[in-house]
Ligand binder design. Sequence first.
Ligand code: NAD
Length: 437
Amino acid sequence: MTYDVAIVGGGPGGYTAAEEAASRGLSVVLFERDLVGGTCLNRGCIPTKALLHDATPRASFTEMHARKQAVVDQLRDGIEKLLKQRKVTVVRGQACITSPSIVECGGQAYEARDIIIATGSVPTSIPVPGIDLPDTYTSNDLLEGEGVMLSSLVVIGGGVIGVEFATMYAQLGTRVTILEATERILPPLDREIAQRVTMHLKKRGVKVEASARVMGIEGEPGAMQVHYTDRRGNQGVAEAEGVLVACGRRANTEGLFSPAVQPELSRGALVCDEAGRTSEEHLWAIGDVVAGTIQLAHVAEAQARNVVAYICGDEPPVEMGIIPSCAYTSPEVASVGLTADEAKARGIAVRTSKALTGANGKCLVEESESGFVKLVADAETGAILGAQLVCPRATDLVAELALAISLGCTATQITRVIHPHPTVSELVSSAARALVC
Ligand code: NAD
């Protein structure tokens, strides 16, 4: 069997590439060993957001997980139908790339002119004693099936996964402790965002221990102890029914290549150029499996659309320089473009402005927790270079600011656009007005 394109992995990168390639008239085969939809749909973005939506102290944990599953199943069904409509051949099983034009799966060889690797990532572990004890979980364990209800939880890692799980379990009434190795949670985001999220987590009773060095885990089922050293070098113990390890994810390339195909790897991740070419001709990679990539579903989808364009000899349709990032805390946080500190580090003179939720009608009506929209603009031209948001629906609002940055809009141009009232989006126009005054 010969195809134009073979795709290994059916997550957001893989299924978008399949759909895009097929809609351009290419014949496509897609290999998936588990469920179409990948981490994002089956044990990542979608299930966490469904659970976060429903989590309250009175919520039924069983019903929460049942609704989560219904949402996941509906979306997966949609993807499967779309792939069928586009006449993509879906092959179930573990695929192995045996040459830059052959994928083997289930004892059969499939030939393709180009191969796109979209095998994603898996949770990383940390080298401390006790990490394999039974009540030590990954995000996969807590999201799949009926979940795990816990009266207390220690989260190791205060990145996006750690903070979202801490938010969800705290909403259920679980006693949560976050142990974060660096000096603040959500380390890549703006300092002020981290401070605000820390404040809101603490208000909900979450203990946030930054600059914590985890030394080991001990205990028996239901009574775990995580030993750590705090910022002052003192020994601490965080006790809980369960432990979530959320210390990042690593590229999933295990068993993917036969000895005849050895593309360049960096710590197990595929080294690619900007177009997504690996070191082997006609072998491309997209999404979390790529070395140095930002591990986000929307990045994988954008890379998928671009890679298919490159394969067809076309210009890439998506600009990869402006990538919004979001965390579904309460309130939500989002960020796009440069922070003031990043601009400073690059020698760019900037002006910043901030609109506070306390002065926004919709936020007051909704009794939302305190937050802000902060804009970073070029001091000379007024062009918007970045935005950091902590407010209700920040993860939706950030799209307007990504568009503004992409189009080179100035703060003045944003003030010319009427923002509806009363909405949270008025925080954007208020912050823009503060920049031009
Ligand atoms: P991450 O890299 O965002 O955060 C991991 C955190 O763990 C970091 O803050 C790191 O300093 C800390 N850490 C590492 N080792 C530690 C140790 N031994 N002790 C204590 N802390 C330690 O990784 P993640 O939160 O696991 O998420 C994985 C990927 O998935 C990320 O790229 C993330 O962007 C993506 N993701 C995105 C979303 C979203 O967009 N809303 C949601 C979930 C995951």
